[in-house]
Design a protein. Sequence first.
Lengths: 259, 377
Amino acid sequence: MSLLQTIDVVKRFGGLIAVNKINFSIEQGTIASIIGPNGAGKTTFFNSLTGIYKPEEGQILFNGQSLIGLRPDQVSTRGISRTFQNIRLFGNMTVIENIIVGMHTQLKQGATDALFRTKKFHEEEKEAENRASQLMEYVGLKNVGNQLARNLPYGAQRRIEIARAIAANPTLLLLDEPTAGMNPNETADAIKLFRHIRDDKGITILLIEHDMRVVMGISEHISVMDYGEKIAEGTPKDIRNNQRVIEAYLGREAAKLRD
Amino acid sequence: MKQFTSNPFYKFILFPIGQMLVFILGASLALSLFIILLAFLFRSNVTDFDLVERTLLILPQVLINGITIGFVYATIALGYTMVYGVLEFINFSHSEIFMVGGIVGVELMAYFDHTGALQTMNQYVVIGLAILLGMVISGSLAVTIERIAYKPLRGAPRLVPLISAIGMSFFLQDAVRLILSLTTGEFNVILPNFGTFDEFLILAVPGIENPLRFQIKSILLVGVTVIMLVGLNYLVNGTKVGKAIRAVAQDRPSASLMGINVNLIISITFLIGGALGGAAGVLFAIKATRLDPFVGFFPGLKAFTAAVLGGIGNLTGALLGGLILGLLESFGASYLSIFTNGAFGAEYKDILAFAILIIVLIIRPSGLLGQTVAQKA
């Protein structure tokens, strides 16, 4: 059984059909990508998965259970975490605090624990802080725990966003253009990090990406979207030679010239 | 040093109290120096008494009064600023939540008076119970208002919930008036006379001619508000719920994707803000001794002003704004008539306070401690 499966998912904005009957599935433990030109509906599809948008039609099954109608926080509790195209860290919090917010669903402290600062509260707080610093080092950052997130350089912020997302112990990690704006070195490091997260923690990864080097280098399975529809899917090799994909990216005339 | 600053006792008790002291001393010192300077400048204009001497004579009492009322404003202002932080809208019914807290507290004390328990019970236990009841009722009222009047309007243009809040404010005023008229035939509630709250604690300070006089109710008021402010600081900065509140305030969609139940956090924010407002209402009632359903308007408006003055959305700013506004008001009430030879009476104190507010906002539109918030992506 697939980890995540969507059946005929449709999302409309007025007359515009942003996501049109998408059938998609991802197997446990793989790294898959969704690619497509700007405005193809990739991010809308992500938002439909995470409960930000409610699809008009279709079914979304995660571990065999429907996600339709759940709020984003409930989807997150089921084990899906994500990052954003434009970084959305809590800028006025420290790096450690950002990562601890990511653990929100796992912390058990109640009102009485907090009020009396019980032993349990102390231990949990200490443990959360330790785990947060471990995660910070896991994504390759050192000694920035007490800095405000907004003061860090762009690449580091991307890494913190990933640390915050895996802090929730997800089974599926959605990355929305995780290497956008990175230089080639940073991109290479990021690819290594994604692979490491999958191999080490067994987290299934689905990413939206524009950078073809990233997509072809990392994905085991690629789906291509254009104008809200899925026009192709397969291994990187299949996609590279697929006529419809080339047309979608280059335009029909240019594709002809290329031949 | 780092070890020390991360110690919870320092972080959640010493630091906020130290911050309050700095604000109190700073604002008091600045205003005192200003008024003494003015006194020296205008000394020659006044012939029938020595202006400098008169200024210095009443200065300590003016400061004490200003700080007391400043803490009331700060406590109410926190309710405005917390709700603004998470929802970016001004909860204009907060002044009525404050009023309801005060009336409920006084009614409880009147009930104790009626049953005769008031004279036998410890006065501080009575006050404690009244504050607790005021907090519970006001807090739940605030949560209910949010559910009924604001939640359905989330996502509507920003003016719509604002109008709803103003409507709620009028509705509550008249609803309380109706309930009071139906049950007691009278819509003024008067604090029963009990305890030693009207007495003064007299502290003789060497070097100052008049001894300092602290009214017991003022000490009580400042003490209770300081405890609540320290508690709030701990809640917001030291607990999981506090982190969730800050996360929702900074970026609601991201917070919900972290597994935070946004609606629950918004309700909790209203609960805390309402409870603080209710406690402030009871404390205000002890000081004012007489309340009616319309009593919330002016303190509410001034607390809102204090929140804006300090930088709305910023908790520390609300504290600073409240103290400054309270001090300004107290200075205006005491010195306006002295300096203008009686041309302006104490009733013009608000003009002074609001004129300064306007000047501050012209220079710093985001308030004293406010930051220009980067546009949310």
